[in-house]
Write a protein that binds this ligand. Structure first.
Ligand SMILES: [Zn+2]
Length: 211
């Protein structure tokens, strides 16, 4: 077990991840993963469906580690990307309620060059304010860098290659949404658990061209 961190994500964010993993693996499958990670079973670890900032980074990272240990890097990547996408889709209503209704409604009239950075900055601000994650977005000229300075996936872990796939899936779905259906070749270039200062994701300014 990883020692408790004192840093938290909102219960609902952790709940989306756990419920999605349960959908994909079944309750028995997920319980086997949790057992392997020395964690309580599905019913016990599942937090309340609320936005209280109370799910410890250590538990979050222990779940990610247990999935990686059980399924290997490739298998875990598939599961965690799905969990990240589901996390975005489940959380998008609050975006529309709080901020994005006008952007979503005007659709194609607002250019992507305007919407994309605004949306990435809104996500980083919302996550930083609502949890103990610390996120920033940098304009690097031909791409944006989405930087997680304090990452719940990496907490207390050591990995050989960056594997914050849940964030990757989240960003894939978020950019798909804001561009009204385009795909972006997003990739992770550094990770705290791999010894870097932060978990950085390259988000191209332009989507993949459909050929
Ligand atoms: Zn990370």
């Amino acid at each position: 077990m990883i020692e408790k961190s004192g840093f938290h994500v909102p219960n609902r964010i952790a709940r989306y991840m756990i419920v999605t993993l349960q959908d994909l693996m079944g309750e028995n499958g997920l319980n086997a993963v949790l057992r392997r990670g020395g964690l309580p079973d599905f019913q016990t670890i599942l937090p309340a469906d609320d936005m209280q900032n109370a799910f410890d980074f250590a538990d979050y990272s222990a779940i990610c580690a247990a999935v990686a240990d059980t399924y290997g890097p490739r298998g875990a990547k598939v599961f965690m990307i799905r969990a990240g996408k589901a996390g975005f889709l489940n959380g998008i209503q609050s975006f529309l309620d709080n901020y994005g209704a006008s952007i979503a409604a005007t659709g194609k009239l607002v250019p992507l060059s305007f919407k994309l950075p605004l949306f990435l900055r809104w996500i980083s601000k919302t996550y930083t304010e609502s949890s103990d994650r610390v996120i920033s977005v940098k304009d690097m000229g031909d791409h944006y860098l989405y930087i997680n300075h304090r990452c719940p996936v990496c907490w207390g872990r050591k990995v050989t290659a960056p594997d914050c796939h849940i964030t990757l899936g989240f960003l894939q779905e978020a950019t798909h949404f804001i561009s009204m259906g385009s795909n972006f070749h997003i990739h992770q270039v550094s990770s705290i658990a791999a010894g870097d200062k932060s978990c950085d994701f390259v988000v191209p300014k332009h989507p993949v061209q459909n050929t």
